[in-house]
Design a protein around this ligand. Structure first.
Ligand code: SAM
Length: 303
């Protein structure tokens, strides 16, 4: 896809650059906030899996200047005013400890997570890894969130989604699955908005991950009655908002040519950087190999 064709096709991608957001995902958090009023009364917020940083931008612009924000990502992120960054892994307890240190021992009011693993294109694998990341986010959240606090995270509505809802319901009295207008209908992505953090009595936060426990052999989608967890689904974002699956024409003043706007903050050292370098320098091609192996060629000569 050419540089400007993505602009023409994706209205939120274009708007993000025009409005100064580092990624189009900013609109997803803005639209979730419109529906759930996420930022009211928030003094400490954590942005898990934050790079390149558009959700941290939303937090710092919308939640007020006083709010302390900690952003965590495996990748380095360009600095953002008012945001403390931790380059770290959300599956590590040391990361939770570092977050708490930045808040001087105080718990967070809000934890958001837009985490996504590198997609493989194999749907079952991608869904599984996304579920693991969501559970990792939930685990670290149990270390840092105050009782009554809110957790928002990306979820793939795949076949094990009921299991995820069940696990979230253990910790939050309110769990809603929300789909902002800026999240494409064609994508199984949605967001869980988990309100009123209330862990079971005696629960001690830990980093164990129940989905890795293979003693589960229950089909959670077959559970019935009170054992089946059904969470409400909410399409959110003002209906007048742009439809992310639609293509909108560029709005140009008469006689003006389209000017391409570069991204606000491209990722620094993204994982694909090395592959791009190798490709550009033609280093990806294999060494010249004979079309037949030496033994075969010897045999051929014998014939
Ligand atoms: N919310 C971000 C924004 O608006 O700019 C975009 C997040 S991007 C879709 C997903 C991020 O998840 C990537 O930057 C990736 O490095 C991060 N990530 C994936 N696994 C992680 C982990 N275990 N710990 C920390 N970050 C992780």
């Amino acid at each position: 896809m050419g540089r400007s064709s993505k602009d023409k096709r994706d209205i939120y991608y274009r708007l993000a650059k025009e409005e100064g957001w580092r990624a189009r995902s900013a609109f997803k958090l803005l639209q979730l906030d419109q529906e759930f009023n996420l930022f009211t009364g928030v003094n400490r917020a954590v942005d898990l899996c934050a790079a390149p940083g558009s959700w941290s931008q939303v937090l710092s612009r919308e939640a007020g200047e006083e709010v302390k924000i900690v952003a965590v990502d495996l990748q380095a992120m360009a600095p953002l005013p008012g945001v403390t960054q931790i380059q770290g892994d959300i599956t590590k307890v040391s990361t939770a400890e570092e977050i708490i240190r930045h808040f001087e021992g105080q718990p967070a009011d809000l934890v958001v997570c837009d985490g996504a693993p590198d997609v493989t294109g194999l749907h079952d694998v991608d869904e599984y890894i996304q579920a693991q990341l969501l559970l990792a986010a939930l685990n670290i959240t149990t270390h840092v969130l105050k009782p009554g606090g809110t957790f928002v995270a990306k979820i793939f509505r795949g076949k094990d989604v009921t299991l995820l809802y069940s696990q979230l319901k253990v910790f939050f009295s309110g769990v809603t699955c929300a789909k902002p207008r800026s999240s494409r209908n064609s994508s199984i992505e949605a967001f869980v908005v988990c309100q009123n953090y209330s862990p079971p009595e005696g629960y001690i936060p830990n980093m164990s991950n129940p989905l890795l426990d293979h003693s589960y052999d229950v089909d959670f989608n077959q559970l019935e009655g009170p054992n089946r967890v059904i969470v409400p689904f909410l399409a959110c974002g003002d209906l007048s908002a742009f439809d992310s699956d639609k293509t909108y024409p560029l709005q140009l003043d008469a006689g003006k040519e389209y000017q391409y706007t570069p991204p606000i903050q491209p990722p620094i050292r993204p994982p694909y950087q090395e592959a791009c370098h190798l490709r550009k320098n033609n280093l990806l091609s294999k060494e010249d190999t004979p079309s037949v192996c030496p033994k075969q060629s010897r045999d051929k000569k014998k014939v």
